[in-house]
Design a protein around this ligand. Structure first.
Ligand code: 13P
Ligand code: SF4
Length: 316
């Protein structure tokens, strides 16, 4: 019996004992994905957290995701197996910076990507994820000014799709996705001209891919800008045999597992999120055993952050 097998057995036993559910993001290590009860993108996981009847939620993802789950479930124990699982994008704006930005644009509607801290969400009107950002922005009356934060690539993608010109975009970025450069994508596309191209809108190349589309340099019907959940659905439903994947490489495990006859190529094999990889089987077991690390926000913060999260969950 190898270490992983016995760890998994222990995790399953403790999960039952705690009446716990394990939620995992698509970027987690393969062995974490395999032990999860629910695997998904940020929106799917927030929805799963909102409706679970477990007493304990073990969040295998990053801090803002566990915080969102706790805001939706204040009566449940939400655990993050490693408190160092943060997010460089969420760290690119704090509540004070947002208040100053709002003061420059009185009356503007604030749309915050879910990759933000609870204190930033508490200053926002809507949250969104990459799966519903376009629909969230479209739901806001056209004459209202929008402050979109914190991701500049997702923001400019949404602006392009919606044609909104009264939208201001915060200049934040995820260092992992910003590191997938247009040249990386171009190289792989040239090597595999028949492959479908799946691009996450947080990528440095997502806006550029749109320009390439406009210039007719990439086949429009084979380029898809999607959330991680959208990428998986697309790959599962498509009859194509080859896919170039421009996002964090953890998602390849699920794609390969569900589609043995298809080939998946990372646009940049170095696109690895160090925060997502903090979560290991041993830490999940320790979390269940010792009920650590509890993620919770104050009641006051929770009340203010809940409305934009509820709006996010109900749109799209
Ligand atoms: P989604 O899974 O919602 O597409 O988000 C990507 C991401 O970077 C989460 O941190
Ligand atoms: Fe944050 Fe980027 Fe990691 Fe997602 S991939 S958790 S946005 S640092």
């Amino acid at each position: 019996i190898d270490t992983d097998t016995s760890l998994v057995e222990d995790i399953l036993a403790w999960k039952q004992r705690r009446n716990a559910v394990i939620l995992a993001h698509n970027y987690e290590l393969p062995e974490i994905q395999d032990v999860a009860d629910v695997l998904g993108d940020s929106l799917a996981l927030a929805r799963a957290a909102a409706k679970t009847d477990a007493d304990v939620i073990v969040f295998c993802g990053v801090h803002f995701m566990a915080e969102t789950a706790s805001i939706l479930n204040p009566e449940k124990t939400v655990l993050l197996p490693d408190l160092e699982a943060g997010c460089s994008l969420a760290d690119s704006i704090d509540a004070e910076q947002l208040r100053a930005w709002k003061a420059e644009h009185p009356g503007a509607v604030v749309v915050a990507y879910v990759n933000t801290t609870a204190e930033v969400k508490a200053e926002s009107d809507y949250c969104c994820t990459s799966a519903n950002a376009v629909q969230v922005v479209q739901s806001i009356p056209a004459d209202r000014e929008i402050l979109f934060l914190p991701d500049m690539f997702l923001g400019s993608y949404v602006q392009r799709v919606t044609g909104r010109n009264n939208m201001h975009i915060w200049m934040g970025e995820c260092h992992v996705h910003a590191g997938i450069h247009p040249q990386d994508v171009d190289t792989v596309v040239q090597q595999h001209p028949d492959a479908e191209l799946l691009v996450h809108p947080e990528c440095g190349c997502s806006t550029s891919s749109m320009y390439l589309l406009a210039d007719g340099m990439l086949p429009t019907d084979r380029t898809h800008i999607l959330s991680t959940g959208g990428m998986l659905d697309y790959a599962n439903g498509s009859s194509a045999k080859e896919f170039i994947v421009a996002t964090e490489t953890g998602i390849l495990h699920q794609m390969e597992k569900a589609n043995p006859g298809k080939r998946f190529l990372a646009a940049n094999p170095n696109a690895v999120c160090p925060f997502m990889k903090k979560i290991t089987l041993q830490k999940v077991l320790d979390a269940l055993r010792e009920l650590k690390h509890v993620v919770r926000v104050s009641d006051e913060m929770r009340e203010r952050a809940k409305t934009p999260i509820d709006r996010m969950i109900s749109i799209g």
